[in-house]
Ligand binder design. Structure first.
Ligand code: ZN
Length: 272
């Protein structure tokens, strides 16, 4: 990834997606912003206990930094599921200025409509961006451990293939900053769930020194869902930035005992 500073806001951009000038994308960070205390910085999340007014002002900063009007953002009410919805023009602006109008029960969004910035909010969970360069289709995914085990990234691509005639060979992906295999220790519940779902644990689950604990590589797990469907590994860019190790730059739930803000990642199609 590379960083781009707009006044005191720092954005992270995927090199493979920057190459396309008919899309805008970003990953925001904590730098800049009005929030204070445990939310210090550019908190984008409404539902985390921060002052709504600060969140609104932070979203305006982000909107200005990425040069996208605030009512062109569409947010989802993420619930660690694996539901994916299409965001057409009627959903432009949903969740952009309040929580209650965001897309219900949605952790993945796909759009073929230019001018809608589909956006997820995260603090350790993986933000994934997909772009079909041939059919001009974009998707954004919020993948925590539950979504990852629920194969949400693979399911999003399958929807693009089925409904948008996307071909995996034309897909470019960005796997954003999130808790890394260095820090993401999980217990037997996660291990058993992987086993139950028949998901290969190779390179995804690494035993910890602690009994019945494991390190879960969310980056590799989400990447594999794409390569298994035929996405070229060289078209997938992994940020490889651990949010817990880099808590001064990104919100991390694990680094803050669950009480913290959210950074955002979004993608918008421009008109061809
Ligand atoms: Zn780490």
């Amino acid at each position: 990834m590379q960083t781009s500073n707009v006044s005191d806001t720092e954005l992270y951009l995927f090199e493979n997606l920057i190459a396309f000038d008919n899309i805008t994308h970003f990953v925001s960070s904590r730098k800049g912003g009005y929030s204070k205390g445990v939310f210090q910085g550019l908190n984008i999340g409404f539902n985390v206990g921060d002052d709504d007014w600060n969140v609104l002002r932070n979203r305006k900063i982000l909107s200005d930094a990425v040069n996208i009007p605030i009512d062109s953002f569409t947010f989802a009410n993420q619930c660690h599921g694996s539901n994916i919805n299409f965001a057409g023009s009627s959903l432009r602006g949903c969740g952009s200025s309040d929580e209650k109008s965001s897309l219900e029960d949605t952790d993945g969004m796909i759009t073929s409509t230019p001018g809608i910035c589909i956006t997820v909010q995260v603090a350790d969970c993986v933000p994934v961006l997909l772009y079909d360069s041939e059919n001009h289709i974009a998707a954004v995914i919020h993948a925590g451990w539950k979504g990852t085990i629920g194969q949400i990234t693979g399911k999003t691509l399958e929807k693009m293939i089925h409904f948008c005639s996307s071909k995996p060979v034309n897909i470019y992906a960005g796997i954003g900053p999130s808790i890394g295999p260095c820090c993401y220790e999980v217990g037997q519940n996660v291990y058993k769930e992987l086993k139950y779902k028949g998901i290969s644990k190779k390179d995804i689950i690494i035993p910890s020194k602690q009994k019945d604990k494991y390190y879960f590589n969310l980056w590799q797990a989400n990447k594999k869902q794409l390569t298994d469907l035929g996405v070229k590994p060289e078209n997938i860019e992994e940020a490889a930035i651990c949010t817990k190790c880099n808590n001064e730059s990104f919100y991390s739930s694990r680094a803050s005992d669950g009480k913290t803000g959210r950074f955002a990642s979004g993608i918008m199609l421009k008109k061809k």
